[in-house]
Design a protein around this ligand. Structure first.
Ligand code: AMP
Length: 216
């Protein structure tokens, strides 16, 4: 049976950082909806063009577009054993669509680790964040600095600040999270899948807590 993990938590809580570490430890593909959108934007695809205006405003991309993109990604052969989902689902509608999709693949959402932190921590983390152009590795100028400023430790590519990490957009993204994504917590709690993890801890401690939840 494939294993599907949905990593939940507000923007800036360290989901992307943890997802990369956990996916590698578990040998599962890291499926990040944000990374998939950014890849489409970089390549100038119609999907990227459509998504860009929503992303730049800090709004969610429409559900049908997002669900279609995830369906295509999860259908690829590397996801036959499951996947670690990061940034999807973000609405209850998407969560229901995911349940239906995974049922088609003979699977289900097995674990939903939910990483939390205060709003103040999130704003601070997002505004000091630097992202790698090649593969989306993330750094923080204070809490997780790269060895050499402006250069990714993992692949040597350039680090940049995402447009949507600007102060005005950050505030909107956090608002959107509380309005549209927080209801998912109740959704997964009711299904007995939710495990809360304190995201204000050091990176290594969050990883250890995640591995414990996942029984590794
Ligand atoms: P992220 O990298 O996860 O912070 O996502 C960046 C942006 O991509 C979000 O602010 C949304 O505009 C868009 N996005 C990512 N995932 C989703 C999703 N599941 N549903 C709708 N929009 C999304």
């Amino acid at each position: 049976m494939p294993t599907y993990i949905v990593l939940l938590g507000p923007p800036g809580v360290g989901k992307g950082t943890q997802a990369k570490i956990i996916a590698e430890r578990l040998s599962l593909p890291h499926v990040s909806s944000g990374d998939l959108f950014r890849e489409n934007i970089k390549n100038g695809t119609p999907l990227g063009q459509l998504a860009q205006s929503f992303i730049n405003k800090g709004e969610l991309v429409p559900d049908d577009v997002t669900i279609g993109m995830i369906r295509e990604r999860l259908s690829r052969p590397d996801c036959a054993g499951g996947a670690l989902l990061d940034g999807f689902p973000r609405t209850t509608f998407q969560a229901e669509a995911l349940d239906a999709l995974l049922a088609e693949f003979g699977g289900q959402v097995d674990y939903v680790p939910y990483i939390t932190a205060s709003e103040e921590t999130l704003v601070e983390r997002l505004s000091g964040r630097w992202t790698c152009r090649a593969q989306g590795h993330v750094f923080h100028e204070k809490h997780n600095p790269p060895r050499q400023p402006g250069v990714c430790d993992f692949d040597g590519s350039e680090l940049y600040q995402r447009d949507d990490d600007r102060a005005e957009t950050v505030v909107r993204r956090i608002q959107v999270y509380f309005q549209q994504t927080e209801p998912l917590i109740a959704y997964y709690r009711a299904r007995g899948r939710l495990h809360e993890i304190d995201g204000a801890q050091p990176i290594e401690k969050v990883t250890a807590d995640l591995l414990a939840v996942l029984g590794r």
